[in-house]
Ligand binder design. Structure first.
Ligand code: DGL
Length: 267
């Protein structure tokens, strides 16, 4: 048994969609969340910038004595995972591999859409890994950068969000896909709009569930789970204030958690 917390980070509030699944699958685990709200979005940054930020985030979480780190950010997972793994002995879990496995499992017609930030799509990570698992699958990718500011603003289900989703998604829907991967952890916050834009016949894959399950299995195999008979403690840190954090916590986690502000440049 290991009562140390699990560290989770994202560029902002998107990673809360992963925290939600971690809380569901491992309710006794303590969680330390860091949202890099001072530097969001990551998706429009270079690989070098995303890697620098990711390494700082890992160093910050390590000061909280975490037993594992979940990179609840597709942009960091697809661009900087190996740099993070090289920099620390703490087990690091990304969201891309679980997303790939869920997508390969979900598609019936072997036509899969990937939506994510510009940096995630540019990395080609999803496409490469999906094709490695099944070369018969055709992948259609589309960067949807405006979804992140919409989610950070809490504009997740209004006319602007609906029109944005229709505009971005028409192109990949026209390719006859039967599955679309929400390849950015902010996107599940816009799930309703995205679902309406793609229609009922297309499955939405959120890698968060499979990620949480992967971490649970890893900890269980090493006797590293927190088996205390009480609900885990969740602590939240941000690199800058945001007016919408408590609201989005309420929306994603059903509780308006408060966050502490830290200076991430110190790490
Ligand atoms: N939520 C992150 C992702 O999964 C980052 C979005 C951003 O900051 O652009 O890619």
């Amino acid at each position: 048994m290991d009562t140390r917390p699990i560290g989770v980070f994202d560029s902002g509030v998107g990673g809360l969609t992963v925290v939600k699944q971690v809380m569901k699958v491992m309710p006794h685990e303590n969680i330390v969340y860091f949202g890099d709200t001072a530097r969001v979005p990551y998706g429009s940054k270079s690989k070098d910038a995303v890697t620098k930020y990711s390494l700082q985030n890992v160093r910050f979480l390590k000061t909280k004595n975490v037993k594992a780190i979940i990179v609840a950010c597709n942009t960091a997972s697809s661009n900087s995972l190996s740099a993070m793994r090289d920099a620390t002995d703490t087990p690091i879990f990304g969201v891309v591999v679980p997303g790939v496995e869920a997508a390969v499992h979900a598609t019936k017609n072997n036509r899969v859409g990937i939506i994510g930030t510009a940096a995630t799509i540019r990395s080609g990570a999803y496409e490469t890994l999906i094709r490695k698992q099944n070369p018969n699958i055709e992948v259609f990718s589309k960067a949807c950068p405006l979804f992140v500011p919409l989610a950070e603003e809490g504009w997740t289900d209004n006319e602007i969000a609906r029109l944005t989703a229709q505009n971005y998604l028409a192109e990949i829907v026209a390719q006859g896909i039967d599955t679309v991967v929400l390849g950015c952890t902010h996107y599940p916050l816009l799930k309703r709009c995205i679902g309406t834009a793609v229609g009922d016949s297309i499955k939405l894959v959120d890698p968060a569930k499979a990620t949480a399950q992967q971490v649970k299995t890893f900890l269980a195999e090493r006797n590293g789970q927190n088996t205390e008979n009480k609900e885990g403690v969740r602590r939240f840190y941000l690199s800058d204030t945001t007016n919408t954090f408590a609201f989005l916590c309420q929306k994603a986690l059903k509780y308006p958690y408060q966050a502490e502000i830290i200076d991430i440049e110190k790490y």
